[in-house]
Ligand binder design. Structure first.
Ligand code: GUN
Ligand code: ZN
Length: 427
């Protein structure tokens, strides 16, 4: 067992954060030998129960749940900041050519290690990420996550059409490879597999059908894809499926909308689509920095909450511009203000933070496992320094409420605020 004395941030309910200003976090092994939270609360109340437990004192620091990134692309580590006239030219010009490099384990392993290092530097302790269409890219990332004991979900990208040589896969082979990767990696330690059709234009009907069959055969495996990100993409899907009611309904038709299915973006959708997300339990990964960078549009928070479907925050690196959850939360705030529905909303700091931690964990079916620091949660956490920069020190010192304390960190924060990232280990 080990204890940490610091200010402790955790969630008592949806979007309801608590800051225990002089707190104690006690971590120790569960029945399976994994480090989990044993107790959290005020130092004054807990210290006597845990006398004798080695305690690290971190004055002036905040311990908070590790962030959860619901959608990202590890092969796009070196694609970040590639400008283009929207999604489709960006894919053609930079992304597809770059992803061709991941056919070898050596190259994939090198990028996997750089990618995970960036996640950790930025305080992200759980990620759902795309790999490329090459099984080697999946093996390399899982191996690195396993080495570090990181909770990570990924999958081989399915893309058997409208994609160039070098990344395009073959329908039958892609499904056989997917099943073999599920059997090799899903549920091994903290690793999870996600069936990964890239998006409707890049997958034949046979490939989507096969993906849907695997999804029903392996119900606790995740699904990840993209939906309704960009207007040109939506027009393309309409041409491919003229009889479909909407872009999302194509995924429905192939059995790809269910709980544990995460669709990045979901911008150009209507209320029938929103009701479909809600009734199937599928979720949206809101990727605001990507949407602003590629000029894709604005996720409609008001309509999403009216419909009541699940969503959480994501970086979408490399369409997204940063690994930092602070940057993503700030971009989400801008999107809320600008909004599709007028007037815009002012997302509260606690809401934004929840959407990138415990809320995102809930969307992934990992509530009570990661994203929070309540007893039983895996001990993935960050140590934050609210004085990391002179301006941040000034602003946080003047806070009169928790929201006034969290907001300057969202607005001014970056990797300098993340002093340490701790990953739960198995003993
Ligand atoms: N749609 C299909 N592939 C991609 C991708 O790699 N990034 C984004 N943002 N959208 C996509
Ligand atoms: Zn994406």
């Amino acid at each position: 067992m080990k204890a940490y004395r610091a200010s402790i941030l955790y969630f008592s309910g949806p979007a309801e954060a608590m800051l225990e200003s002089d707190g104690l976090l006690v971590v120790g092994p569960n029945a399976q030998g994994r480090q989990v939270v044993q107790a959290v609360g005020s130092y004054r109340q807990l210290a006597s129960c845990f006398r004798g437990v080695p305690t690290e004192h971190l004055p002036g620091r905040i311990i908070a749940p590790g962030f959860v990134d619901m959608h990202t692309h590890y092969p796009q580590l070196d694609v970040i900041g590639s400008p283009a006239d929207g999604l489709l030219p960006w894919l053609e010009t930079y992304t597809f050519p770059h992803e061709k490099r991941f056919s070898t384990l050596e190259y994939s392993a090198q990028i996997a290690s750089g990618f995970i290092a960036e996640l950790l530097r930025n305080g992200v302790t759980t990620a759902l990420t795309f790999a490329t269409s090459h099984p080697a890219s999946v093996n390399a990332l899982f191996a690195e996550a396993q080495r570090l004991s990181l909770r990570l979900i990924t999958g081989k990208c399915l893309m058997d059409q409208n994609s160039p040589d070098g990344v395009r896969d073959e329908t039958q082979r892609s499904l056989i490879d997917t099943e073999a990767l599920i059997q090799r990696w899903h549920g091994v330690g903290r690793l999870g597999y996600a069936i990964t059709p890239r998006f409707v234009p890049s997958c034949s009907a046979a490939q989507l059908r096969g993906a849907g069959e695997l999804a029903s055969q392996y119900p606790d495996v995740w699904i990840q894809s993209h939906a309704a990100e960009n207007r040109d993409e939506v027009v393309w899907v309409r041409q491919l499926y003229p009889d479909a009611r909407s872009y999302l309904s194509v995924y429905e038709q192939f059995g790809l909308l269910r709980s544990r299915a995460v669709y990045a973006h979901c911008i150009h959708i209507d209320d029938t689509d929103r009701a479909l997300l809600r009734s199937t339990g599928a979720a949206a990964a809101v990727s605001p920095s990507s949407n602003l960078f590629l000029g894709s549009g604005f996720f409609d928070y008001v309509a999403a909450d009216r419909a009541g479907f699940l969503y959480g925050l994501a970086s979408d690196v490399g369409g997204g511009t940063s690994f930092s959850p602070f940057h993503t939360m700030l971009a989400a705030y801008y999107v809320g203000r600008e909004g599709q529905t007028k007037p815009g909303v002012s997302l509260r700091p606690q809401q934004l933070w929840w959407q990138h931690t415990a809320g995102a964990a809930r969307v992934l079916g990992l509530e009570g496992v990661v994203g929070n620091l309540l007893p039983g949660c895996e001990a993935d956490f960050v140590v934050l320094n609210p004085q990391a920069t002179p301006l941040l020190a000034r602003r946080t010192a003047q806070a009169g409420s928790l929201d006034e304390f969290l907001f300057p960190m969202i607005v001014l924060g970056d990797d300098r605020v993340i002093e340490r990232t701790v990953i739960s280990q198995a003993i």
